[in-house]
Ligand binder design. Structure first.
Ligand SMILES: [Mg+2]
Length: 410
């Protein structure tokens, strides 16, 4: 493998951190619960031992205690998890210059930026070294997925390394076809539930069946989102591992070169919405929000890069998209566009989002129901039906724009 990228995932992260801190012996099951003294509390994280007794995240604490009365129950401490996560980043940075925290317990590593060139040559041995290093310094176990791209490394970790005895799996290009393609299509990285159902309804049961469609057909049917999924199915992902600390990332951006020159506002807006969704998704995924939106457009006879400052930081797709449209209206002279780019900067930790990690499951369920309703609306009225609801208070301009957009996306 020419340029191995790794995804390092911490095993049962919250529970493992608590086990060490409270010095709970490894043979005793451990449960992290937001309200350990109340039987009505809810299980937030479990160790593998508790899991093997049938205890799951979101379960009522009293039910968990019935199943495993001897389990230790401790409260969660977000701050400690964040600190430990940053510590692991600093350990990884001793191996290579390119470390990208992806979530609180997952980090991408690119060994090309290592001061030890030999590390690239034997990625599996390097992964063992990294695993051991993390264990020695923190007492925590890491699993490592290795592949030629970020999404393939994530797949290698989630679908294989977590089950592998040593916790390491190298997913080569040949293995993508052999091992990933026979899997059901819902295992495809980032294929949401709706998309999965969609693909099933079209008779595509496995990842391989989807991957075997022609690139053009995928683009025609599912747009950019479909293209990205199709590339995931092939293990292809051109996004580089980007160095930043969990708190210090300067901006989150997404851009693309268009398949042809775009000069119609409608089609440009469609692409911009998809890019904004990507930026919003990635910000939320990292627990970040920002207060500066930048739009960049480039064409044979035009080109600009303009920013807008938001009144309050956000990672909400519709709020971000409103700003993008303002920028478009203000600075685009309707000349043909070849390249588009959107980014969100002036980032800060979205504490509300961080707290969602500890939200009771009932609330999360309510949110999922809301998502479901919104998805249904999108299905019926077009993707921007979502914008109408969330910008209802933001003035009729946004509403008007959303209406103009609706119906052109599907
Ligand atoms: Mg994990």
């Amino acid at each position: 493998m020419e340029h191995p990228i790794m995804l390092i995932d911490m095993q049962s992260f919250f529970a493992s951190v608590e086990r060490l801190y409270h010095e709970i012996p490894s043979h005793r099951a451990l449960i992290v619960s937001g309200a350990p003294d109340r039987p009505s509390g809810v299980v937030l994280a479990v160790c593998p031992r508790a899991k093997s007794r049938g205890i799951q995240n979101g379960m009522r604490l009293h039910e968990a205690v019935e199943r495993c009365p001897e389990a230790a129950i401790v409260p969660p401490r977000m701050q400690r998890y964040l600190e430990t996560s940053l510590h692991i980043t600093s350990i990884l940075e001793k191996w290579t210059n390119l470390v990208e925290p992806y979530s609180i317990d997952e980090q991408f590593v690119d060994l090309r930026a290592s001061i030890f060139p030999s590390l690239q040559e034997n990625p599996s041995a390097s992964a063992r070294g990294i695993q051991q290093n993390i264990f020695e310094e923190t007492g925590l176990h890491a699993r490592v997925g290795i592949a030629a791209s970020k999404t393939a490394a994530k797949t290698a970790c989630d679908l294989f390394a977590k089950q592998a005895p040593g916790g390491i799996f190298l997913l080569s290009e040949e293995k993508i076809k052999q091992e990933v393609w026979p899997l059901p299509v819902d295992k495809l990285f980032r294929a949401g539930k709706k998309m999965t159902v969609h693909l099933r309804n079209r008779g595509l049961q496995t990842i391989g069946e989807f991957a075997s469609l022609s690139h053009l057909e995928v683009r025609r049917r599912w747009g950019i989102h479909g293209q990205v999924l199709w590339m995931n199915a092939h293990g292809v992902d051109y996004s580089p591992v980007q160095k930043h600390s969990a708190h210090g990332k300067r901006s989150i951006g997404s851009g693309m070169t268009l398949p042809r020159l775009y000069s119609h506002p409608r089609e440009l807006r469609t692409v911009l919405l998809e890019l904004t969704e990507e930026v919003g998704f990635r910000s939320r995924r990292r627990g970040l929000r920002g207060s500066t939106v930048t739009l960049g457009l480039q064409g044979p006879s035009c080109g600009f890069h303009r920013q807008r400052k938001l009144s309050a930081p956000t990672a909400n797709t519709s709020l971000l998209f409103e700003e993008v449209l303002e920028l478009l209206d203000e600075f685009w002279d309707l000349s043909p566009v070849q390249r588009v780019h959107i980014s969100l900067s002036s980032l800060e930790t979205d504490l509300d989002f961080a707290l969602h990690l500890f939200e009771p499951p009932e609330k999360q369920l309510q949110r999922r129901e809301l998502d479901f309703v919104l998805d249904a609306l999108r299905e019926q009225y077009g993707k921007t039906a979502l914008l109408r609801g969330s910008s209802a208070g933001a003035g009729s301009q946004a509403l008007d724009r959303a209406k103009k957009l609706g119906g052109h996306l599907r």
